[in-house]
Design a protein around this ligand. Structure first.
Ligand SMILES: [Zn+2]
Length: 273
């Protein structure tokens, strides 16, 4: 039966996180059992790029992305850009996770924008898809994206939390949108309205593991303890997220999975070995 289910693609997660350091093999095996065939694993800083590269070399289900996340710009080394380029050129990979963040107040905004624009430029040059993080910075993001040429390979707004009203303008720029399991939480009205506004051919889902645990009834795997007293999410839960999303959207699970698969192929097909 399982072999007949359409395979799923986890559009965003961080398998290099220390929460997975002890049992990554089991985590990946459980994802495979749940029909999660590909996982887009995003680096966030110079320290975790080698881990992401290693994971992708050992496991063909992992699509690697390399990028400097706005939370980590303060720790960048002088040669960060040439290092990033080396990782990107070293394997079929996307650019991410990069972006703009006003949620945290300790981040230098000028540096954020400069670093974001540099990484968009490298994505254009190498023709790679981009994964974008945006927190409380939607006007700013729109301004930057409108003043840049959008990388042809596409951009994904991961764990989309922007205003639903902004979805059409972002879709016009060519953006894809992915939602994590928290959209299944009944209290997340704004996220649910945004989900409903996304054009069908631009929609994706993600676990953002180890974060963003879906509501309990959609968890395929019992959450494990993670460092920092948090509960760990993992990619197998994408199966439960799909079930919940299909229910929420009034669509068949299989039909939705097939559409998500086509969307993923359009965005990441060039990186699937
Ligand atoms: Zn992330």
């Amino acid at each position: 039966m399982d072999a007949e289910r359409p395979k799923l693609i986890d559009a965003h997660l961080h398998l290099q996180d220390e929460a997975f350091s002890k049992d990554i093999g089991e985590v990946i095996a459980r994802a495979a059992d749940a029909g999660v065939d590909r996982m887009v694993c995003c680096g966030t800083c110079e320290d975790d790029w080698p881990l992401v590269m290693n994971l992708a070399r050992c496991e063909r289900r992992i699509i690697p992305c390399f990028g400097l996340h706005p939370w980590h710009i303060g720790n960048r080394g002088e040669a960060w850009m040439s290092k990033l380029r080396r990782y990107l050129e070293g394997t079929p990979s996307g650019v991410g996770e990069i972006g703009l963040d006003k949620y945290r107040e300790d981040l230098d905004e000028r540096a954020q924008e400069k670093i974001f624009r540099l990484q968009l430029a490298v994505a254009r040059e190498l023709d790679r898809p981009v994964t974008i993080h945006c927190l409380r910075a939607w006007d700013w993001l729109m301004r930057v994206l409108r003043s840049e040429e959008i990388p042809r390979a596409g951009v994904l707004l991961h764990a989309f939390g922007g205003p639903p009203e902004l979805v059409p303008a972002l879709a016009d720029l060519g953006a894809y949108f992915s939602f994590a399991g928290d959209v299944l939480d009944e209290k997340r009205h704004r996220k649910r309205r945004a989900l409903a506004a996304v054009p069908p051919e631009r929609l994706l889902f993600e676990t953002d593991a180890p974060d963003f645990l879906p509501p309990e009834r959609f968890c395929v795997v019992r959450p494990a303890d993670a460092p920092g007293g948090k509960m760990r999410n993992e990619p197998a839960n994408l199966r439960g997220i799909l079930r919940g999303a299909a229910e929420l959207m009034g669509e068949g699970e299989e039909e939705l999975a097939l559409r998500l698969r086509e969307n993923s192929r359009r965005l990441w097909g060039g990186l699937m070995l």
